[in-house]
Each structure stands twice: as structure tokens, then as C-alpha cells.
Design a protein around this ligand. Structure first.
Ligand code: PRX
Length: 645
């Protein structure tokens, strides 16, 4: 091992874990040497199939064709619920912790089965059938998981839109995936404040005739506008429905869900995942990365509106028969010890959260953590952005009492499941490194010309072979799928991330190398924010870049050129900020808006973002060559008017 700070696997952890280092090495080797045999064995072990597959892997990255377990048939809700009923029907599937402390529910596998069947039947009665798209715009309540599973039961394809997105963003997604049904709640509740979900849905679907049904869960009970026959109450339709519903046999390659995510250009992309491969890898990674042992309580703090919520609140854990905790609230309500209180209240064994939360709680001091026990904890996870070593050490020392293993998991909406992560009993930890690849993940670092880089080196992170939970396409735009992911380095999947590999083969993710921002673990494209800004009549042009932000990881820095004759003002700045909020949602609110009389452009008119990034981060010594700009003097102006952060 190198001289980095290393936390070796303690012997007692290795002894108790599902996999030790020797087993990891052996399985990893097999997964690359004989992937078909490896994945067939895993698919047998982790899933229940109605019909076995004919071929394990029929993928060709160069052609943009990805297919796993073709000919096989299964049903996701059957795997996540029914098959656990005989032995564990009374086991708690979902622990729900509401926004208000003490507001909790326990839902057994048996009860989950009944409610999923009821909603599935109710959706069928409203005409929803296999292949139809259903939008889900929900708070973090158990009904969100029920809605997902009910869709999978009848073969409908869900498209979840994060409850923090604006009506406009919801509308764009409903239209793009042609949803005819929306499942929502009257209001969400976060930190004691209501979120007007139903009202947002009204605005989002105004004028979209294709949406024939809106199912609303009564969460707060506050009045909402209502339009029959389109609107139905969740509790009324499920009360009227049978608690038995045959699961639809789905082909392994039938679509399971669409999830929109941001890219470096254009509108968000509808990432499409299919049934067999996705479920297999979600379940398998959940079991091995979190070293999940039967009976343990597992809590992932993500929102079901993001891929982490899909794979690691709902599908992975439930497929493994786990007890998964769903938390409605926020880490700082009623105070900043909430996470640790919930861990004690529900005796959580495995806790999975984001660096941005860790950093902000770290800033609140150790006392709020130390006043709680946390003795139940065994494994701590991190996801969504690079975790800085200081936050890692605090998580390890203060939250985990130097007893818990930390798993820093790297993956993406597109990968469907964790791709790089330590396994608790197998892999020595280095703070800040996601460590080694998961089974079947063949990583490569390449330079900008696509040359493969060997040894300890930094480069662009690629994956050279298809894996089961890989996205299959961008919904409705297969060309864009190939262009975005498989063409930059022909025949390889390009992640959009940069990474360094050290002398021990450990990976250190350095962040995005494209125009995608990661703000508090939320992914967004600079192009989306720019499009929102230029909607304002006063704006001629806008360019957005990221800059390092202590809590959020990255902040949003906007350069705005106003139309001739318009004077900058604080009021205008607020209008622009509100506009971005309205178009995308509060997560995209600019941190800095700098008025820029001109933007640095090449003679062919291309904005030089490199220079804008340097000005935003105040790295003025390394601006590079500005002589090729059409008008080099704009840079001086940008520097002298640099906005304070
Ligand atoms: O840049 C990487 C970062 O998040 C991006 C994927 O974002 P999204 O699709 O929203 O999925 C987030 C949750 C899986 C990646 O391209 N990222 C994710 N996990 C890590 C990370 N960066 C560093 N370390 C991680 N553990």
C-alpha cells in the first residue's frame, strides 16, 4: 500500500462480512474472464425468474446495442415483494419516518403486497397497461414506493420527477415521455413547510389533454383544486380495489423506468433502464457494497426522485428482503441532530448519505452527534459527489466512532448501480477514494485523444464492457445516446468524469470534465441554466460555470450580458434568480450573477468557458492564452468586475 492514509479491514469485520479480499479478488477475476458464466450465476442467485434467459449478454457497445438475459421473464414487484411473503411476510419492508419526529409507520411485506396490488388494479381500471408511461411526483412517503412497485407489477414504465422540480420542469418531462397518468400528493412536508405538489401538477399539465388521470395521495389534507373525472384520490381508488393482482411477466429487456438527468447540452435526457439487468445489479450491489445481513435496518437518505432513491431505497433493498427506511424530512429539522436521532430511534445499521449533508452537519459541531448513541451503526455510505478527506475523516471518527466501515460509492444515473466502491470486509479504505471497481466493471483511463493510459495516472474515466444495469438508450433518441456516451471514445462508455488511479489501482474521482455541474449532489447542465436566464427580456446572453463551494461542492456562477440600454440592478438580479427557480427549481438557484458587458469568445464565436471558470475561481494567474479571443479586453472587464463569493 502507498503512503496515503489507509484504514485496513479489521480482522473481525472481514470474518463477519459476506465477502473478504480473497473472495473479492476471485469473483472480480471471474467476472471479467468469463462474464457470461459469472452473470448467469448471479442472476440465478439474486432473482426469481418466471422463465430463464436464452442468452446472458448480447451487447455491442460500438453499435450502441445493449441487451442482457434476453428470452428471460420476470417481474420486479414479484421479486421485491411476493417471493419474500412465505418466509418473511410479517417482516418490516418499509420504516417510514415523517417530517415531524415520532410520526412513523412500519409496513410489512404482507401489507406492502396488498397495497401494491390495490394500486396496480386501480391503475389498470383507469386503462393503464404494459408499456404506458406514468409520471410520479411525490414526497418521501411510502406511497411513492407503492406507486413505483405498482407500475412494475403491471409493466407500466415510471418516470419519477423530483418533488423539488418546478411545474415547468415537470411539464417538460411529462411531455417528453408522453405520460398519461400522474401520481402525486396534495402537499409534501419538509422541515415543517408544505410543498404544493398538486398545485404544481395542475400548472404542469394545463393544456395537456393526454393526461387522463391524476392520482393524489392525501398527505397534509389541505384543500387542493380538483377536476373530475381526471382527479382521483389515492385512498379511494385503492379502497375499492382487490388486494390480489397477478404480476405481469416482463421480458428482461422490457423498459422498467425512465429517469431524466442533465447533460452538457440541450434538454435533460430520459435515461431508460430495463427490467432484468437493472434489478440484478441493484440487488447485488446493495447486498455486497453495504454487506447487508438479513434482518438489518438500512437507511438511504436520498430522494426517490434521483437514481439513488430508485436503486438503493426501493429496488435493491426490497429485492433482497431488507428493511428500508424512508425519511420524509430534512437533516436540520427540528435540529441538526435529526439524522442521528432517527438512527437511534430505528436502530439503523447501515446509513447512506451524500457528502453535502455530511459537510453541512460537520459545520454544526460534534456535540449534536455525540449526544446520540449510534451504537447500531455498522456501515456508512457516501454518494453523489467526491467526498473531501476532511469530511470523510469526520464521518469516520465522529459519526462512526471509528468503528464503522465507510463505502464511498461512485456511479451515475446511467450506470443504474454502484460501479466503484469498497466492499466493507474486503477493501482497505483511503479517505477520498472510491477505491476499486465492482464485479464486471472494466475501467479505463484515456487521454483526450483516446489513448489508453496505464499505471498511476489521471485521465478520462471510461468503462470498456457493457454491464447488466447499464442504461439502454435515451428515451426517444437513440442517436443521442450513442453520441453522448459511446462516440467520444469509440466503442467505450464515457462517463463524463475525470479520475486518477494511484499506485494501488485505487480510483479517485476528480469530477466532471464536461459542462455538467454537481451542486449539493444534484446534477445539472450549465446549458439548462443558461436557457432559463436568456428567457428574460433583459438578457442578451448568459454563460454558466461551476466554482468550488465549501458546502455544496460546486456553486453556480452566472455571467449575464444585458440587452443594450438595460441597466444592471439588484432587482434585476433577483428577477433572474427567481426565473431560474421557476424554470428548473430551487436547486438550480444561482449563487453568483456577474454582469458581463461581453463574454470571452473565439473569432468563430465560441464562448471560452475555460476563461470563465478561471475568473469564477479567482485563478487569474492561469488564464492561459487570451490572444486568440475576438476581443481580449472583455477579460479585463470580467476580472475587474469579478463578483465576490
Ligand atoms: O460526477 C460523478 C458524481 O455524480 C455524477 C452522477 O450524477 P447522477 O447521475 O445524478 O448520480 C448521482 C448518484 C449516483 C457522476 O458522474 N458522483 C457520483 N458519485 C460520486 C461522484 N463523484 C465522486 N465520488 C462519488 N462517490
Amino acid at each position: 500500500m502507498s503512503a496515503d492514509n489507509v484504514y485496513p479491514v479489521p480482522q473481525n469485520v472481514a470474518d463477519h462480512a459476506l465477502l473478504n479480499r480473497q473472495q473479492y479478488d476471485q469473483m472480480f477475476k471471474q467476472s471479467l474472464a468469463d462474464p457470461n458464466a459469472f452473470w448467469a450465476e448471479q442472476a440465478d442467485q439474486f432473482l426469481t425468474w418466471f422463465k430463464k434467459w436464452d442468452t446472458v449478454n448480447n451487447s455491442d457497445l460500438a453499435k450502441g446495442h445493449i441487451a442482457w438475459f434476453e428470452g428471460g421473464q420476470l417481474n420486479v414487484s414479484y421479486n421485491c415483494i411476493d417471493r419474500h411473503l412465505e418466509a418473511h411476510g410479517d417482516r418490516t419492508a418499509i420504516i417510514w419516518e415523517g417530517d415531524t419526529p415520532g410520526d412513523t409507520r412500519h409496513i410489512s411485506y404482507k401489507a406492502l403486497h396488498a397495497e401494491v396490488c390495490q394500486l396496480a388494479n386501480a391503475l389498470k381500471a383507469r386503462g393503464v397497461k404494459k408499456g404506458d408511461r406514468v409520471a410520479i411526483y411525490m414526497p418521501m412517503i411510502p406511497e411513492a414506493a407503492v406507486a413505483m412497485l405498482a407500475c412494475t407489477r403491471i409493466g407500466a414504465v415510471h418516470s419519477i420527477v423530483f418533488g423539488g422540480f418546478s411545474p415547468q420542469a415537470l411539464r417538460d418531462r411529462i411531455e417528453a415521455s408522453e405520460c398519461q397518468v400522474v401520481i402525486t400528493a396534495d402537499e409534501g412536508l419538509r422541515g415543517g413547510k408544505p410543498v404544493p405538489l398538486k398545485e404544481n401538477v395542475e400548472k404542469a399539465i394545463d393544456g395537456i389533454a393526454a393526461v387522463h388521470t391524476v392520482v393524489t395521495v392525501k398527505r397534509t389534507g389541505n384543500p387542493v383544486s380538483w377536476s373530475e373525472p381526471r382527479d382521483v384520490w389515492y385512498h379511494e381508488i385503492i379502497d375499492a380495489a382487490s388486494t390480489e393482482c397477478e404480476p405481469e411477466p416482463m421480458d428482461a429487456e422490457d423498459p422498467l423506468f425512465i429517469l431524466y438527468t442533465s447533460g452538457s447540452t440541450g434538454k435533460p435526457k430520459g435515461v431508460l433502464h430495463t427490467t432484468g439487468g437493472y434489478l440484478l445489479q441493484a440487488a447485488m450491489t446493495h447486498r455486497y457494497v453495504f454487506d447487508y445481513h438479513e434482518g438489518e435496518v438500512y437507511w438511504c437518505t436520498a430522494d426517490v426522485g434521483w437514481v439513488t432513491g430508485h436503486s438503493y431505497i426501493v429496488y435493491g433493498p426490497l429485492c433482497n428482503g431488507a428493511t428500508t427506511l424512508i425519511f420524509e424530512g430534512i437533516p436540520t429539522y427540528p435540529d441538526a441532530s435529526r439524522f442521528w436521532q432517527v438512527i437511534d430511534d430505528h436502530q439503523v445499521n447501515i446509513f447512506y448519505t451524500a457528502p453535502t449533508a455530511i459537510r453541512s452537519l460537520m459545520g454544526q459541531g460534534d456535540e449534536l452527534v455525540k449526544k446520540t448513541s449510534r451504537q447500531s451503526l455498522r456501515i456508512l455510505g457516501s454518494v453523489g459527489e467526491p467526498i473531501n478527506p476532511e469530511a470523510w475523516e469526520w464521518y469516520y471518527r465522529v459519526v462512526g466512532d471509528e468503528r464503522c466501515r465507510i463505502v464511498d460509492t461512485w456511479w451515475q444515473t446511467e450506470t443504474g448501480a454502484i460501479m466503484i466502491s469498497p466492499l466493507p470486509g474486503a477493501i482497505d479504505l483511503k479517505p477520498g477514494s472510491a477505491t476499486l471497481p465492482f464485479f464486471g466493471v472494466n475501467l479505463e483511463l484515456v487521454d483526450n485523444d483516446g489513448n489508453v493510459l496505464e499505471g498511476a495516472v489521471e485521465g478520462n474515466l471510461c468503462i470498456t464492457q457493457a454491464w447488466p444495469s447499464m442504461m439502454r438508450t435515451i428515451y426517444g433518441d437513440h442517436e443521442r445516446f450513442i453520441n453522448t456516451y459511446l462516440s467520444t471514445y469509440a466503442g467505450k462508455y464515457f462517463t463524463g468524469d475525470g479520475a486518477r488511479r494511484d499506485e494501488d489501482g485505487y480510483y479517485w474521482i476528480t469530477g466532471r470534465v464536461d459542462d455538467v455541474l454537481n451542486v449539493s449532489g444534484h446534477r445539472m447542465g450549465t446549458a439548462e441554466i443558461e436557457s432559463a436566464l436568456v428567457l428574460h427580456d433583459a438578457v442578451a446572453e448568459a454563460a454558466v460555470v461551476g466554482y468550488p463551494h465549501d458546502l455544496k461542492g460546486q456553486g453556480i456562477y452566472c455571467y449575464v450580458t444585458l440587452m443594450g440600454g438595460i441597466e444592471p440592478s439588484d432587482a434585476l438580479q433577483k428577477e433572474l434568480s427567481d426565473l431560474v427557480r421557476k424554470e428548473i427549481g430551487p436547486i438550480a438557484k444561482p449563487d453568483v450573477i456577474q454582469w458581463a458587458p461581453g463574454l470571452p469568445k473565439t473569432r468563430s464565436g465560441k464562448i471560452m468557458r475555460r476563461i470563465l471558470r478561471k475568473v469564477a475561481t479567482n485563478e487569474l494567474d492561469s488564464l492561459g492564452d487570451t490572444s486568440t479571443l475576438a476581443d481580449p479586453s472583455v477579460v479585463d472587464d470580467l476580472i475587474s468586475n469579478r463578483a465576490g463569493q
